[in-house]
Design a protein around this ligand. Structure first.
Ligand SMILES: *Cc1c(COP(=O)(O)O)cnc(C)c1O
Length: 411
C-alpha cells in the first residue's frame, strides 16, 4: 500500500511561509506610506523562494510592481498570469526586446545602444502585426495614487509601444548609463517618445549601500539626472533608487517607489542587525532529514579528509543535503543544525549530497527533521548564522538553494 500523500516527507525540503512574505510587504508598505509604491523584487527565482508564488503573495499584500533581472524572468511571470507592471533591468546583447514589447514588460535601459535596440524591436513587432497583451482592468493604478504604471501602451494609432525606464549609474559603477552618456540617452529617449515608438515610464538608479554619506551623494546625482531628463522633455512617472537597505534607513531615498528584495524575504540587509529587530519574518525554512544514525567509538573520523574526529563515543547523524543543493562547503565543521529542538554542528566536510552531524548522546532517529535555518523566533538557526559560518551574506545562502529541494508553500 502506498502511504497517503500527507505522510510522505521529502528529505530535501524548502518550506516557504507566504504569510511571512505578506507580513513583510505590509510592514514596508506601511512604513513608506501611500505616496511610495512597493516593487517586489523576485529575480533569481524569488531569491530561491519561488518567483511566482512570492510575487502573488506580495501583490496580495500591496506590492504594485514586480522587478526581475532579465527578460526571461519577466516573461515567466507573465506566463504565470501576473499582469501587474514588471521591470527587467539586465540584458544580454541578444535580449528579446520584441517579447518585452508584446508582453508589456518595462525594459530598464542602460545605454543609447540598448535604447536603439528597443526601438528596432518595436519596428519588428509592428512589422509582424503582433498583438500586444491587453492590460487587466485596474492594472497599474497602484497604491491609490502612488506611482502608477506609467501611461500608454499603445501609440495614438493603437500601434505597439515599448515601455522603457532609463537606468543611470549614479556612482555604483555597475549597470546603468555613465554620467557622460546621460544627455545623449535623454535626448534619444525624448526623440523616440516623440516619434511614438516608446514611453519613458521611469528613471532609476541603484545604491552602493556603502554608507549614508555615499548614498546621499548618489541621491543628489539622481536628482540632477531627473532635472536633466525633464529639460530634455522626459517626464518619467516613477523615479526610484532604494532597495531594502535604503528603504529602511534613508527615508529621502524612497522617492516614488522602493525596490524590495531581501526584506520581503524577511532577512536583514545590515550586518549585525537581525530580522526581528527590523520587524521582519524570515520566510524560508530549509530542512533535511536524518537518513542514517550510527553509534561510533571515540576518535572516529568523519567524511572526506578526516577533518573531524569524535571526542568520545558518539552518535553520528547523516543528513542528505550537500553542496550540490547549495549548502556551502565552507560551513563544514562550523554551521549549526537543529534536530529535536537542539543545536548541533555540521561535523566533517560537507560533501556533494550529504553531511554528518555529531549529535553526541542526543536521542536522534532516522526520519528526524534537520532544520538548517528558518525563523529564529521558532528556535531555528538563522540564514545569518549560516552566512557567518560560510563567510558570506544571507542573500547568497537563500539564493543558492538548489533545484533538488522540494519547495512547499505554507500560507
Ligand atoms: C536585487 C536588486 C534589488 C533588491 O535589493 P535588496 O537589497 O534585496 O532589497 C533592487 N534593485 C536592483 C537594481 C537589484 O538588482
Amino acid at each position: 500500500m502506498t502511504e497517503p500523500e500527507e505522510v510522505r516527507q521529502p528529505f530535501r525540503l524548502a518550506a516557504v511561509d507566504l504569510g511571512a512574505i505578506r507580513h513583510n510587504v505590509r510592514a514596508v508598505d506601511a512604513l513608506v506610506g501611500p505616496d511610495t509604491a512597493v516593487m517586489a523584487v523576485v529575480k533569481a527565482n524569488g531569491y530561491g523562494h519561488g518567483a511566482v508564488e512570492v510575487a502573488r503573495a506580495a501583490i496580495e499584500a500591496g506590492a504594485t510592481w514586480l522587478g526581475v533581472a532579465d527578460l526571461d524572468e519577466a516573461v515567466a511571470l507573465r506566463d504565470a498570469g501576473l499582469d501587474v507592471p514588471v521591470l527587467a533591468w539586465l540584458h544580454g546583447q541578444d535580449a528579446r526586446f520584441d517579447e518585452a514589447v508584446i508582453r508589456r514588460i518595462d525594459v530598464g535601459v542602460s545605454s543609447v545602444a540598448q535604447l536603439d535596440a528597443v526601438a528596432r524591436a518595436v519596428e519588428t513587432v509592428r512589422g509582424a502585426g503582433a498583438a500586444v497583451d491587453v492590460p487587466a482592468a485596474g492594472d497599474g493604478d497602484g497604491d491609490g495614487g502612488a506611482a502608477g504604471d506609467g501611461g500608454a501602451d499603445g501609440g495614438a494609432d493603437g500601434e505597439p509601444v515599448a515601455r522603457v525606464q532609463l537606468k543611470l549609474d549614479t556612482g555604483l559603477g555597475r549597470n546603468g548609463a555613465a554620467r557622460s552618456e546621460w544627455i545623449a540617452l535623454f535626448s534619444r529617449a525624448a526623440e523616440l517618445q516623440q516619434a511614438g515608438v516608446l514611453t519613458v515610464t521611469g528613471l532609476f538608479s541603484h545604491l552602493s549601500n556603502t554608507n549614508e554619506e555615499e548614498d546621499r551623494a548618489q541621491l543628489r546625482q539622481l536628482t540632477a539626472a531627473v532635472a536633466e531628463a525633464r529639460a530634455a522633455g522626459i517626464e518619467p512617472t516613477v523615479i526610484h533608487l532604494a532597495s531594502t537597505a535604503a528603504t529602511l534607513r534613508l527615508p529621502e531615498a524612497r522617492l516614488s517607489m522602493v525596490r524590495l528584495g531581501i526584506g520581503m524575504y524577511g532577512l536583514s540587509p545590515f550586518d549585525g542587525v537581525t530580522s526581528a529587530e527590523l520587524g521582519l519574518r524570515p520566510a524560508l525554512r530549509v530542512e533535511g532529514r536524518v537518513i542514517s544514525v550510527k553509534r561510533v567509538p571515540a576518535d572516529s573520523a568523519v567524511s572526506y579528509g578526516y577533518t573531524y574526529r569524535t571526542a568520545g563515543e558518539s552518535t553520528l547523524a547523516l543528513v542528505g543535503l550537500g553542496y550540490a543543493d547549495g549548502i556551502p562547503r565552507l560551513g563544514s565543521n562550523r554551521a549549526p543544525v537543529w534536530i529535536r529542538g537542539e543545536r548541533h554542528r555540521v561535523s566533517g566536510r560537507i560533501a556533494m549530497d550529504q553531511f554528518v552531524a555529531d549529535v553526541h548522546d542526543a536521542p536522534v532517529e532516522v526520519g528526524d527533521r534537520v532544520v538548517l535555518f528558518g525563523d529564529p523566533a521558532e528556535g531555528y538557526p538563522s540564514a545569518d548564522d549560516w552566512a557567518e559560518s560560510a563567510e558570506t551574506i544571507n542573500y547568497e545562502i537563500v539564493t543558492r538553494i538548489g533545484p533538488r529541494f522540494e519547495r512547499r508553500y505554507e500560507s
